[in-house]
Design a protein around this ligand. Structure first.
Ligand SMILES: NC(=O)c1ccc[n+]([C@@H]2O[C@H](COP(=O)([O-])OP(=O)(O)OC[C@H]3O[C@@H](n4cnc5c(N)ncnc54)[C@H](O)[C@@H]3O)[C@@H](O)[C@H]2O)c1
Length: 469
């Protein structure tokens, strides 16, 4: 699988609807080269990071990392020079050394990955670049992490798995929602048997981004609108799905078996594109009828007979929700609109919720939660994720989220596209672990072997305000 596969990712924004090559769809007969689940790389006291993609998301990641002991921000890359320069100024204003700049072309990131003085490449670019950049980084001896989703096609998912196994480099998809407070609390409760046997979970990304997607200035080259124009399914499944997959121990005792996916029609995007194009020629290329159905509902059945429902609606005027519903033989939890837990017909009262929180708060939250809220990033979960990741790398611990999780969670998008296109017929979910899910151990919920990474006292700049985003 060489450059041809990479090219699939690069042209992905205009890729055909399914994007799935049948030969690569299910490699369950493939032999795992090396099990990256539970893999611990040699300890790195200092973690030298190169960041690529400094638009809406990247600058905040750079800032968060600047607070973490042992981190050196050594390289910054974006095609737009001005974005790199703004981040250099941010580093200077914090009394940190300037990083090496990589900019000016769509290929500058390759030079960054080739630099031997970098340990970890942190990718916050549009989706089509995640896999090509991560693969290249691992091939050049770096651990890599990318924003969600890690891959756009099943072929890319396998590329990530095969490269990580062969190079023995970590690849982590930065699923920050796994580090939100209620998600961590309920994961710990599930682990300790509070909900009994888990029967069913729900997750979602219901977030009204309709006007944002059409905003000329929000996403570089209108990449996000383009994704919504050329694909039809659940394009962004991982925020709702990541935390419930941890609750269900997917890839670590259970695995996804098959899914079925259904989309509504588009009632909003083509209409908005038409209205905008009538006033502004810039939108003419977007005035088509090929938009993603506004609401997608996907159902997954696991090998052990549990079910997951995942929704995706990023255009309807709805209140933000990731659902986060857990239902077991002894109780349930549900996060939206408010975190609630029950073991029968009534929700627990606020004082009972407090008691549960005291009893089940996991160690990472007790240790770093308050600091994470101060540093910020979606209420603190982003910082908790970054801190934990660096602490694992520095202490030579397995990462909480490995390449199999990244592949499985990302695969939902192309598999849902395939099912939607085929009257919601069921589609098998590939086993990216090639059978090792049966013996892989659940993620560690304590800080055992780590927890040694401090948080620096730095002047906090509000990067988002500074950069006008
Ligand atoms: N986890 C979360 O909560 C969360 C939140 C927001 C965005 N995201 C994800 O973050 C990623 C980035 O989103 P965004 O809103 O910042 O997008 P954006 O368009 O604002 O930023 C992307 C940046 O990448 C740069 N870029 C594009 N191609 C490049 C290349 N070849 N080399 C170097 N730089 C390149 C662009 O110039 C731009 O600055 C997406 O994957 C998105 O889904 C995640």
């Amino acid at each position: 699988m060489g450059t041809g596969a990479l090219a699939t990712g690069l042209v992905g924004q205009a890729a055909p609807l399914s994007g799935v090559s049948s030969a690569l769809e299910n490699k369950n007969e493939r032999k795992q080269q090396f099990n990256m689940s539970g893999f611990a790389a040699p300890k790195l006291d200092k973690v030298r990071i190169g960041f690529v993609g400094l638009g809406n998301r990247g600058p905040a990641a750079v800032e968060r990392m600047s607070y973490i002991e042992g981190v050196e921000i050594v390289a910054l890359c974006d095609v737009i020079e001005d974005r790199v320069e703004k981040l250099q100024k941010m580093l200077e204003s914090k009394g940190l050394p300037r990083a090496k700049s990589y900019t000016g072309s769509k290929d500058a990131w390759k030079k960054m990955c080739e630099n031997p003085d970098i340990d970890f490449i942190y990718i916050t670019t549009p989706w089509a670049w995640h896999t090509p950049m991560a693969v290249y980084a691992m091939e050049h001896g770096k651990h890599a992490a990318s924003e969600v989703p890690a891959a756009k096609t099943i072929e890319e998912c396998w590329q990530l798995v095969e490269t990580s196994e062969r190079t023995k480099k970590h690849f982590m998809m930065l699923e920050n929602c796994c580090y939100d407070f209620f998600e961590l609390l309920t994961l710990n409760m599930a682990r300790q048997g509070f909900f009994g046997e888990i029967i069913h979970c729900e997750g979602a990304y219901n977030h009204d981004l309709l006007t944002g997607n059409f905003n000329k200035k929000k996403y570089s080259d209108m990449w996000r609108l383009s994704e919504n124009q050329h694909r039809n399914g659940n394009l962004y499944p991982t925020h709702g799905l990541g935390p419930v997959c941890q609750v269900l121990n997917i890839n670590r005792g259970d695995r996804m078996d098959y899914l079925t996916s259904m989309s509504s029609n588009d009632f909003q995007m083509a209409e908005m594109a038409r209205q905008l194009a009538a006033k502004d020629d810039f939108y003419k290329e977007f005035a088509t009828n090929h938009y993603r159905g506004n609401m997608n509902t996907t159902l997954v059945r696991t090998y052990k007979g549990r079910t997951i429902m995942i929704q995706h609606d990023v255009t309807s005027p709805r209140v933000y929700s990731r659902l986060h519903l857990i239902s077991g033989t002894k109780g349930m939890a549900s996060k939206y609109p408010d975190p609630r837990i029950a073991t029968g017909h009534e929700w627990f009262k606020p004082e009972e919720m407090k008691e549960l929180e005291m009893k089940y708060t996991p160690e990472i939250v007790s240790r770093i939660g308050a600091m994470a809220k101060k540093v910020g990033g979606h209420g603190g979960m982003d910082f908790m994720m970054d801190w934990r990741t660096i602490d694992c790398i520095r202490n030579g611990l397995p990462l909480d989220q490995n390449v199999y999780d990244a592949a499985m969670l990302s695969a939902i998008a192309p598999l849902s596209e395939k099912s939607v296109k085929n009257r919601s017929n069921s589609v098998d979910v590939p086993d990216f672990t090639n059978g090792s899910w049966k013996t892989n151990v659940p993620i560690e919920l304590t800080l055992k072997g780590g927890g040694t990474t401090g948080v620096k006292e730095l002047k906090k700049n509000d990067t988002s305000k500074q950069l006008g985003i």
